[in-house]
Write a protein that binds this ligand. Structure first.
Ligand code: GLA
Length: 412
């Protein structure tokens, strides 16, 4: 009798999807629809690393609202590595660092929520986080309940200290754990593209890092001798992966990493960095110190026209159309037949642009969009100047400084 029951059970499991071998096919999967446009917010890591505390978070939340960042769309405050005590408690629960967060994590989260913002935390699929705090391996369901009870809205899940684990399985397990805990939480995968997350991440998470860590330089590689790894300048990241744009879209974004706008590059470079993240439909997660933000940095981060390019509901990642002597042209199809187009000067010298639209039709083979300027005339809007700039009947002419960008919207 036992044997018959077991056979019946096994065959019903096969019907319900176990035969696929995919844990996430059990009818759980990620929380759908939480990130239909690229998430926007702030993350503590780029500036503060593990030097974080409740005062910083509250001040950042206050400034997010008072400066108009929140109104521009930035609404997630994410604490990265370093928010935990070094050990779990006797019951195996994670412990927020009581010195950094003396009022407790719950009251901090309530504060952030009271400002109309959302809150995120960080952990790691390995035994320890990258900075050496307790990792989630073996505690997935317990940690998911912990986050659900705190009421967080976003979880970044890293990939350090994971020797011997299978990435799709590890991320699927945590995704299932979050779903089982029941509180809708954006799941941000951070395996750096090591196992080509874009091939398997869509049912599991809402966004995924495609590269190693960003570094606040235009085009450098910064080598960390102690750990034998590199972080990457913004242009290196923008071009690191080929042919992955077709894997990105609403609720499953290629994530080009938290931004370095306001962290030491020139204003032109910050503008270029921001324009590229908008063109690439990357999540826009600021990584600067809001308490010391210059008005130029704020103006870049809150440029409504650029943000509209990033947040366009089609959710298509842009691509490089052409490059000639270091003058690049990037394009992104937008809803209603619009296009965003960015001229990017990669060189150390200024460039003159004289762009003949009619000789440069656009064809997006991945998503099937085209613009032929011989057939259709587009009105042009310069998005950095917020000004009309003629039509595609005439050549577009402009001077472009070194490492700077001009971004246009073409309207049919
Ligand atoms: C990794 C991630 C970073 C950051 C740190 C924290 O390097 O890629 O974004 O989260 O870990 O230790």
């Amino acid at each position: 009798m036992k044997k018959i029951l077991l056979t019946l059970l096994l065959s019903s499991m096969t019907i319900s999807g176990f035969s696929q071998g995919n844990v996430y096919k059990q009818g759980s999967g990620k929380f759908e629809g939480l990130a239909m446009t690229p998430p926007m917010g702030w993350n503590s890591w780029n500036t503060f690393e593990t030097n974080i505390d409740e005062k910083l978070v509250k001040e950042t939340a206050d400034i997010m609202v008072s400066t108009g960042m929140a109104a521009a769309g930035y609404n997630y405050i994410v604490l990265d590595d370093g928010w935990m005590a070094k050990e779990r408690d006797a019951n195996g629960n994670l412990v927020p660092d009581p010195i950094k967060f003396p009022s407790g994590m719950k009251s901090l989260i309530d504060y952030v929520h009271s400002k109309g913002l959302k809150f995120g935390l960080y952990n790691c699929a390995g035994t320890k986080t990258c900075a050496g705090y307790p990792g989630t391996r073996g505690y997935e369901y317990q940690d998911a309940r912990f986050y659900a009870n705190l009421g967080i809205d976003f979880l970044k899940y890293d990939w350090c200290n994971t020797a011997g684990i299978n990435a799709p399985e590890a991320y699927a397990t945590m995704s299932n754990a979050l779903k089982t805990a029941g509180k809708p939480i954006i799941f941000s995968l951070c395996e750096w593209g090591d196992t080509q997350v874009w091939n398997w991440g869509k049912p599991i998470g809402n966004l995924w890092r495609i590269s190693g860590d960003i570094y606040p330089c235009f085009d450098c590689e910064f080598y960390h001798k102690e750990g034998n790894w590199s972080s990457w300048g913004v242009m290196k990241i923008a071009e690191m992966r080929k042919d992955i744009r077709k894997f990105s879209g609403p609720d499953h974004w290629n994530d080009f990493d938290m931004m370095e706008v306001g962290n030491g590059m020139t204003i032109a470079e910050d503008r270029a960095h921001f324009a590229m993240w908008c063109m690439l439909a990357s999540p826009l997660i600021a990584g600067n110190d809001f308490r010391k933000m210059s008005k130029e940095t704020l103006a870049i981060l809150t440029n409504k026209e650029l943000i509209a390019v990033n947040q366009d509901k089609l959710g298509i990642q842009g691509f490089k159309l052409s490059a000639e002597d270091g003058l690049e042209v990037w394009v992104k199809p937008l809803s209603d037949g619009n296009w965003a187009i960015t001229f990017l000067n990669r060189t150390d010298a200024p460039k003159k642009i004289n762009y003949d639209w009619k000789k440069n039709p656009i064809k997006d083979a991945d998503f099937g969009f085209e613009a032929d300027f011989n057939k259709t005339t587009f009105k042009i809007k310069n998005l950095w100047k917020n000004k009309e700039a003629g039509t595609t009947k005439k050549n577009f002419t402009a001077d472009l400084a070194s490492h700077d960008v001009i971004t246009l919207r073409l309207i049919p």
